[in-house]
Structures are given as C-alpha cells and as structure tokens.
Design a protein around this ligand. Structure first.
Ligand SMILES: [Fe+2]
Ligand SMILES: [Fe+2]
Length: 457
C-alpha cells in the first residue's frame, strides 16, 4: 500500500526543526560512538608496545569495555532520528587518534591516550548528562551514567601505570630526541582543543604556531618486536628437550607424565597466550575500513586471550614458579607481524586455535585426576572461549579477505598462508636467543622437580 501524502506539506527544514532536540542528542551520541570505536582501533597499538603483563591485560580490558560502550551507543543511537545508518569515523576525529599512536616510545603514547584523550572522553560523557533532558532521554542517560563510572574506574586503574610510565620516560634522559611526556600531552591536547574537544562543545582554540601534525609526516608501522619489559625472552617455549624448554611436547601426551607436571606446563602454555594478545592487537589498526562488529568481536577475542594469559600469570607463582625465570616467547609476533592482517587472523583462528583442541582435551582429562577444581574451571572456560574464537574466524576471515581484495577461496587462502608462514618462520623465527642460561631458566626438568617436590640442584 502506498503511503498517503502528508496532510500538510512541511515547510522546508520543518521536520528537522520539529525533531531538533532528538537530533542534537543523536549527534552527540554519534560523536561518542566514533570516539569509542576509534579508541578500540588505535589504543590496541599500545598493547605490544608496553612491557608489563598486567598493563597489557588492563589495556585489553579497557578496549573490550570501550567496544561495549560503542555498541550500546550505536544501539541507542539507531533509535534516534539523526544518528545515521553508517558507522564510519569522520576524518577530523580520526586525525587526533592517528596522531596519538605516533610516538615511537610506548609509555609516551600510553600517557597521551590516558592523560589527554580518555579524560576528554569522560568530559564528553559528563557534558552529555548535563545537556540532555533526563526524563525524555532516560535510555541514553542510563547508559551514559554507566560509562562515566567506567571511565572514572579506567582512570583509577591506569593511574599506577602512568606513574611508572613517567619514570620510564624520565629515565630516557634525552629530551632533545624524544618529546617529554608533558610536551607530548600538550601537543595532543592542542590537537583536541582545535576541534573544541571530542564533542566540539568548547570554543575551538587555534593550533599553536609551529604545530606540526606528526601523522601527516610519517606512517605508523608496528614495531618488528613486541615489548615484554623486564621479563626474560626466547624464541619459543615449546620443544622436545626437557633441559632446554618448559613445555616438552611429548610429555603433554605421554600417559606416564605425572598430572602435576602437565598442570604446570599448561599454565606456562596459557601464560604464553600473551603472544596472541600482542599479535592480535596489531590487526585493529590495520583494518580501518572494517565494520564495527568485526572490531567488536576482535576486541572480545583479545580480552579473552589476555585472561587466558592471566590464568598462567596468576597460577604459576602459587605453584612455586618464579616468573622471572620464565622466558617469554617472541617468535609468533615476529613472524606474524610480517604477514597481512587476514593472514595473521587466518593463522590464529584456522591453524593455532582450530588445531589446539585435541591436545588440550587430553591435557584437561589428565588434570582432572588432580581434583583441582580451579584448574578444571580455568581450562573449561579457556576451551569454551577458544570454540568461540574459531567461530569468529569462520565468520570474519572471509570478510577480512574481502577488505584486502583477496580473490581466493578461504580454503585456498588458508593453505597458502600456512605455507607462507613456514617460509617466514625460516627467516624471522628462532632469532631471539635465550635471555637466561638453562640452569637459571624454567625448563621441563625444573618443572618436574617443582611439581613432584623432588630436591633440585
Ligand atoms: Fe586463548
Ligand atoms: Fe583464542
């Protein structure tokens, strides 16, 4: 049935005027959505550039929460006239985030995000609460009140790490070569002030004379290695020699291996999912044209991997492992960062994750012998999460391939990618020497002594 004509034709701009109150709030929600989604895309570049595991975990958590904010904003926004049906970020806003990723030094970049961009976002949410009509716009208000509380908590959670970052920057001691944190924050604040804050509600302040956009001068590229701070490093924690590596592959499936040994090895395995945290974090920035839902699922995937890593990080010391003797493996980052984003994502979901289930199932059955409810629980959640990750892979890999103009079928692409991984591994793998000599580092032999309580040398 055709729609009847309106009873009286609205004068030009009449509909806009009638709905102006809604459209103004939708416009602000739209800006907040774009800020949150762009934060997800760019703050992920901090993860592999900072070294502390707990800081990496916290960033993954904040990115996941930001993705949640963005999704709720989009959902509410779409109920309102004027939010728009696309989900692109406007270039002027993206420019500020592009600028924020530019410092080569991770702690400096971290400080810019958390001392300038996030407080401005909190100010944006507070402004929204201040200007909206609390009864009429209650659904938005409810969300924004929660986001304000989240942003305040994020600031509290990050405060000790910003303090540590300030010390680290000060220790650089080369103010001539690397801008101090304060100078960098002033620079970013000027970029933001020029557009009147995220919502454009402050009077715009002209850029100071001599202001130069860093991102216009140079592209951002992922560093060839990921940062692990004060922790010792190596190429891989997997191998066959119990005198050399902590995870002895044949021991994982040998029925003669004591379950307590398997438990320690699997916690090392879980902690080393930090690999996945670091290389998955590179995919967001590289896919600016991705639909938001792709980044949303990647953000969840990333946070899951950080929690899996935290399982090991938390449990190993309880079982007597000194984390300073556990070398962090860097091979996967080194190899995968040389590949395209769809190749990285294909290796992760279609090879590493899809291929891990049989061994992990065997490991879980062995560990159940120990009646260790905590270990059983962590492994069960890990397995459940991993099943979701493989599902994400099936769903998003074709889309990511399309974004990069990949014409092959998924099957062909995955096969070719596995081959390319082998070639790149020969060039970029095995390049990280052991930080620690075998008598100091955690090895399979040492794990056996720890697990069985046998006296060690
Ligand atoms: Fe995982
Ligand atoms: Fe996973």
């Amino acid at each position: 049935m055709a729609t009847p004509p309106p009873l009286s034709a609205a004068p030009s701009g009449g509909a806009t005027g009638r709905m102006a109150a809604v459209q103004e709030m939708a416009r602000l929600l739209r800006l907040l959505f774009e800020v949150e989604r762009e934060f997800v895309r760019t703050a992920t570049t901090l993860i592999y550039r900072v070294g502390e595991p707990e800081l990496k975990y916290l960033l993954c958590q904040h990115v996941w929460e930001a993705a949640g904010h963005a999704r709720f904003l989009r959902e509410r926004g779409r109920e309102l006239s004027g939010f728009g049906s696309d989900e692109d970020t406007r270039p002027a806003l993206r420019a500020v985030f592009e600028e924020a990723v530019r410092p080569d030094h991770g702690p400096t970049a971290l400080t810019g995000f958390y001392a300038v961009l996030k407080p401005a976002l909190l100010a944006g949410y507070r402004h929204y609460l201040h200007v909206t009509e609390p009864l009429a716009d209650w659904p938005s208000r409810k969300l924004v009140e929660e986001f304000v509380a989240d942003e305040e908590r994020h600031a509290r959670e990050m405060a000790p790490f910003l303090k540590a970052a300030a010390h680290e920057v000060a220790a650089l001691g080369e103010p001539g070569q690397s801008p101090t944190t304060a100078a960098w924050c002033d620079h970013l604040a000027a970029a933001l002030a020029a557009r009147g804050g995220w919502l454009g509600t402050n009077p715009p302040v002209p850029l100071p004379p001599g202001f130069r956009w860093e991102h216009e001068g140079r592209a951002y590229t992922h560093p060839p290695t990921c940062h692990r701070g004060r922790y010792p490093t190596c190429s891989s924690v997997f191998g066959h020699d119990p005198a050399e590596v902590p995870i002895v592959r044949p021991w994982l499936v040998d029925p003669q291996t004591d379950a307590r040994v398997i438990r320690l090895m699997v916690y090392v395995w879980l902690m080393m999912e930090m690999d996945a945290v670091d290389y998955l974090a590179t995919v967001f920035y590289d896919t600016p044209q991705a639909p938001f839902d792709l980044h949303f699922d990647l953000a969840r995937h990333l946070w899951d991997e950080s929690r899996h890593s935290a399982f090991g990080y938390r449990q190993l010391p309880k079982l007597g492992v000194d984390l300073m003797t556990l070398e962090h493996s860097l091979d996967l980052y080194h190899i995968l960062v040389q590949m395209t984003p769809p190749e990285r994502y294909a290796m992760m979901t279609m090879e590493f994750e899809a291929g891990s289930f049989p061994t992990k199932a065997h490991v879980m059955d062995r560990i159940r012998e120990l009646n260790d409810f905590e270990a059983d629980t962590l492994l069960a959640f890990d397995r459940n999460d991993e099943q979701n990750h493989v599902r994400y892979g099936h769903h998003w890999l074709p889309r990511m391939m399309a974004l990069f103009g990949e014409p092959r079928s998924v099957e062909e692409f995955v096969r070719a990618t596995q081959e390319r991984f082998r070639q790149l591994a020969a060039i970029h793998g095995g390049r990280t020497p052991h930080s620690l000599p075998p008598e100091v580092r955690l090895t399979g032999e040492k794990i056996r002594r720890l697990a069985l309580g046998a006296p060690g040398p």
